[in-house]
Design a protein around this ligand. Structure first.
Ligand code: P71
Length: 899
């Protein structure tokens, strides 16, 4: 089978861990304090930590498993599960747990390598050497013949060793030293030989998955075999198979030895209590066994394996293309530090590490003994980084390589055997820094997505009545339905979530939220609500007298609904450009002051309840309002005694677009821009589910008016919950208190807005008609121009959203004739000027590769657009019909299923 490299992650991001970036001066100080040994830097002092052990992103299920520890001393349920999984994944009936791989090795050496014997190994630097008694020798039996399977054992050498030396054990590492894979054929030949000589074959499968991928790719006859199959065969070939829990199974520690041999198991079981713990936990917490079990099964997932290996290949190729001397490892690029610094005699590994940190904040550390090796592994933490981040780490290395002549050698200050003991005197060479321009977070937890075939998607959309709201999330591969409540929380938010103590009184979480948002906005009253529409309802009820007008910059469904329920009459006062999808005007969210003044002139100031002023206007395409417009509207309103309320749901995106588009603000931090924006209103409603980086929550603020605040709190008590939570869980308030701080990180918000724009640019460059300019949270496709042959009453945007799903597995949202509804007087559809499909980007969830793949799919669809037909209703609800409506294609009667 010929496989294409995967074009995006086969998962989405569930939780992120925030990264810190340092100035060159900060890095120098930190490096000097660390004695020029990057080992001494804490993770907080490092931007990207290029290491693959125990730092992998876990699945959501694995994280959950860590909370399912049966912390019993004996016979834990977690161990029973581990046994079942080992039997399934490796085909071995017995499992002996250990605290980690060292524990496994020690057990085997202590029980199966008698004094005076030696071990035949395909890795002469095997840790077995260190663990064994001093007189135990390692017979290096690695061959040198095979170009791909460089870890293969030379069978003649092994045979000679078995015949003449006193070999106790044959030890094969799948991927010896991280660089040398073995073939299935070689492994089974080794097993036969060992058996013939009555010896055991011990396989270290800590990198068994990477090795299996090599076999699938290169070993004759294996191309069509699933990774899981190959892994199982490798494990079954071994008499004893062990694995480091913190490698392929993505656990944070743990190890196991699996075997099918009852006598060996008995030996291990009786000795494990001496060094590790009882045979049913072996030095692992119950929760570790549980997470390990999940990891063992997940590590064989075909799509994940191919993604991980694609990243390694890509990263190594980029470094190599940049001229960097390296060996390709199973998990990254292993830099040949001696060739990197050909004029330097000593400590080239630590020199490379120190210089790379100095220029970029990237850490790559070579553990081991002083002067025992020359390679520095730059390993990729599994699933934790994006391709774009990895590209930039590669570029940082290439950058350093280009200025290697300016790197000053290190002088040892200490004598030590191990590299982690070393301290150096160094001089900072005059090196150029490498600046990262990536997401400022790493992936901490991933979430599974739905993967269906095209035929399955066709069936799913038909069953959903061609309405993307009615699709199951499990059937969606990339979910761009909304950016509402879909953000990935950070580890800090999760920690606060877990720690928050609930109460029906004032809580710490509430105080933190009020302090944080009060500081950011300068508003006196901060009132949490369960989400945006709750704030909208309360504000409308307080501020609107029946019959009053509420002018706003384009409507939003829930906002307008609550204004109307309170007896108000919505009036659209947005600038005309907002209704023209082809206009490039940069401030399409602005209010047209003439329209506002005309409304006042006709009806008087008293007839206007307040100005409803939305940031980064959703329905217009996420279009920003500029600072002058906010100022002018507020000044105008002040003259007439009319309050102004922001819908600040996407206020940070708006602030970011001000920073980008208004040169006066290029050098102003987003936080300060937002602070100024917040001067030009009397309060805000906010759906916190967007910019506030939380899954649920909202807020109502008042800048200073105590009376309005008292009224709002009264309604909050009646409709929503406590004044300290608005009906939210205390934990969600705590998460929101952090979200409002994280949202103001300039690197974060810029990467967010740029990611959206990147998707827009890819589509536009291919000629796909989209609303211009691209806004902050979404790309809007103009369905009338995409499908000009479909009449608006056959719902081109609705059909386009359905076709995008069938073509790509991407879920989008119709924002056109279906959403706008019918005119109650005429019964006709409104046929709005903007007939759009919204591709909404959740925050911190998808990568640039996801975006590229979305664009590619839509471009493919665009190329066959003339074969797409319209829809007609088969079920039309009376209110907010877009949520539940069902359709069929207009040509369904002909029995033709196009697309
Ligand atoms: C969006 C949403 C969520 C949504 C709401 C209604 C229909 C379909 C999807 C919600 C907003 C919003 C603005 C500007 C208030 C709300 C309501 N947007 N203002 O875009 O965009 O907030 O959902 O927290 O109640 O998908 P709420």
């Amino acid at each position: 089978m010929k496989r294409r490299p995967p074009d995006h992650e086969p998962h989405k991001i569930h939780t992120v861990r925030l990264l810190t970036f340092f100035t060159p001066e900060e890095r120098k100080t930190q490096l000097a304090d660390a004695g020029f040994n990057v080992f001494n830097l804490t993770p907080d002092e490092v931007t990207f930590d290029m290491c693959s052990r125990a730092v992998n992103a876990m699945s959501q299920e694995q994280r959950a498993a860590q909370f399912l520890g049966d912390e019993a001393y004996a016979g834990a349920r977690n161990f029973e599960r581990l046994q079942e999984v080992v039997a399934r994944v490796f085909g071995h009936s017995y499992v002996c747990p250990a605290h980690n791989l060292y524990g496994c090795l020690k057990l085997v050496v202590n029980t199966m390598v008698p004094e005076g014997t030696s071990i035949a190994a395909n890795n002469p630097r095997s840790r077995l050497d260190l663990i064994s008694a001093p007189e135990t020798g390692i017979a290096d039996v690695r061959g040198a013949d095979d170009e791909v399977f460089t870890g293969n054992v030379d069978l003649d050498k092994l045979e000679r060793a078995l015949e003449s030396d006193n070999i106790a054990l044959c030890a094969v590492e799948a991927f010896a030293d991280g660089q040398h894979p073995v073939s299935l054929a070689n492994l089974s030949a080794v097993r036969s030989l060992a058996r013939r000589h009555g010896r055991r074959l011990l396989v270290d499968g800590s990198r068994v998955v990477e090795n299996a991928w090599y076999i699938q790719k290169h070993e004759p006859g294996c191309a069509d075999r699933p990774i899981a199959d190959i892994v199982r065969q490798i494990a079954k070939t071994a008499t004893l198979f062990m694995i480091d829990g913190a490698q392929d199974p993505k656990c944070n520690t743990g190890g196991i030895i699996a075997t099918d041999n009852p006598e060996d198991y008995e030996i291990l079981m009786n000795r494990v209590v001496v060094y590790e713990g009882l045979h049913t936990y072996g030095g692992m917490a119950g929760r570790t066994m549980e997470a390990l079990s999940h990891g063992l099964e997940e590590m064989c997932d075909e799509a994940e394996v191919h993604w991980v290996m694609h990243q390694t290949e890509r990263f190594t190729a980029r470094c190599r293309d940049g001229g960097v001397p390296l060996e390709r490892g199973c998990d990254g690029a292993y830099i040949k530090s001696d060739e990197f610094f050909p004029d330097v005699a000593d400590n080239t590994q630590d020199l490379f590490s120190a210089a790379l940190y100095q220029t970029s904040g990237v850490r790559a550390f070579a553990p081991g003994r002083v002067n025992s090796d020359r390679l520095v592994p730059v390993q990729i933490p599994r699933l934790a980084m994006t391709n774009r981040q990895l590209d930039q780490v590669a570029d940082a290395i290439i950058d350093l390589y280009e200025q290697r002549g300016r790197v000053e050698p290190l002088q040892s200050q200490t004598e030590g055997e191990w590299r982690d003991e070393m301290r150096y005197h160094g001089l900072f060479g005059n090196l150029e820094s490498f600046d990262f321009d990536t997401f400022p977070y790493e992936i901490h937890t991933i979430e599974e997505v739905g993967v269906l075939t095209r035929d399955e998607r066709k069936r799913a959309i038909r069953e959903a009545g061609y309405n993307t709201f009615l699709l199951r999330s499990a059937d969606v591969e990339i979910d761009l339905l909304t950016d509402s409540g879909t953000s990935a929380m950070s580890t800090d938010q999760w920690a606060a979530y877990d720690a928050a103590k609930a109460a029906t009184t004032i809580t710490n979480a509430y105080q933190q939220f009020v302090a944080a948002l009060g500081d950011i906005t300068g508003h006196k009253h901060i009132i949490p609500t369960h989400q945006g529409r709750a704030a909208e309802q309360i504000l409308s009820e307080i501020m609107i007298r029946p019959g009053q007008f509420v002018p706003g910059n384009m409507y939003f469904t829930t906002t307008k609904l609550h204004q109307e329920l309170a007896g108000g009459v919505f009036r659209d006062v947005i600038v005309d450009e907002a209704h023209d999808s082809t206009s490039d005007y940069p401030w399409k969210g602005n209010i047209d002051l003439d329209k506002l003044e005309a409304l006042r002139a006709e009806h008087g100031a008293d007839a206007i309840a307040y100005v409803s002023f939305e940031h980064a206007v959703n329905m217009a395409g996420g279009q920003p309002v500029n600072m002058d417009n906010m100022k002018a509207v507020y000044a105008w309103a002040g003259q007439h005694g009319i309050p102004v309320f922001f819908d600040a749901t996407r206020c940070v995106e708006n602030a970011c677009m001000i920073q980008e588009r208004d040169e006066r603000y290029h050098d102003v931090r987003v936080r300060d821009i937002l602070r100024e924006m917040m001067l030009y209103c009397d309060g805000c409603t906010v759906s916190g589910k967007k910019d506030f980086l939380i899954n649920i929550g909202g807020v109502q603020t008042f800048r200073e008016n105590d009376e309005w605040a008292a009224k709002a709190r009264r309604l909050l008590r009646i409709y929503e919950g406590n004044i300290s939570d608005g009906g939210l869980a205390t934990s969600d308030v705590a998460a929101m208190a952090l979200g409002v701080q994280e949202m103001l990180n300039d690197r974060y918000i810029r990467s967010r807005v740029r990611q959206t724009r990147a998707l827009g640019d890819m589509l536009r460059e291919a000629g796909v008609p989209i609303v211009r300019p691209t806004g902050g949270h979404a790309v809007f496709i103009d369905a009338r121009r995409f499908l000009p042959h479909i009449d608006q009453d056959e719902f081109p945007a609705q059909r386009l959203a359905a076709e995008i799903y069938v073509e790509t597995g991407v879920r989008a949202m119709e924002r056109g004739n279906v959403s706008k509804d019918r005119n109650p007087e005429t019964g006709e559809n409104y046929r709005p000027a903007l007939e759009l499909v919204r591709l909404t980007i959740p925050r911190r969830v998808y990568t640039l590769d996801h975006m590229r793949s979305v664009a590619d799919g839509i471009i493919r669809l665009y190329q066959r657009r003339d074969r797409i037909t319209g829809l007609r209703f088969v079920y039309e609800p009376e209110k907010l019909r877009f949520f539940q409506a069902r359709f069929e294609p207009v040509d369904a009667m002909l029995g033709r299923h196009e697309g």
